[in-house]
Design a protein around this ligand. Structure first.
Ligand SMILES: [Zn+2]
Length: 92
């Protein structure tokens, strides 16, 4: 039987956290001791998904920029004026 005060709700399992069973994650969220490993795993999972989404967004912006360059050149723009622009898009 848990004792002490209720400190909050565990973001991992949703149950109440009692004073005798709390722990803290590396990003300072209160969880049950028994839920700590799962909380850290979930954080790593979220971090890598966010990182990959940001990388995909950046690549997508590069592709959109390069497609505009292709469109301009296909419509008759002089390609020699696009070298710097292409380099700046690639180096975003
Ligand atoms: Zn929990």
């Amino acid at each position: 039987m848990p004792d002490g005060c209720i400190l909050g709700e565990c973001p991992v399992c949703g149950d109440l956290i009692w004073e005798c069973e709390w722990d803290i994650t590396s990003d300072e969220k209160m969880v049950h001791e028994k839920c700590l490993l799962e909380a850290e795993f979930n954080k790593e999972k979220t971090d890598i998904v966010v990182d990959l989404q940001q990388r995909i967004k950046k690549k997508d912006e590069q592709i959109q920029g390069l497609l505009l360059v292709i469109r301009d050149i296909e419509q008759g723009a002089n390609p020699k004026f696009y070298r710097d622009r292409v380099n700046s898009i690639i180096n975003l």
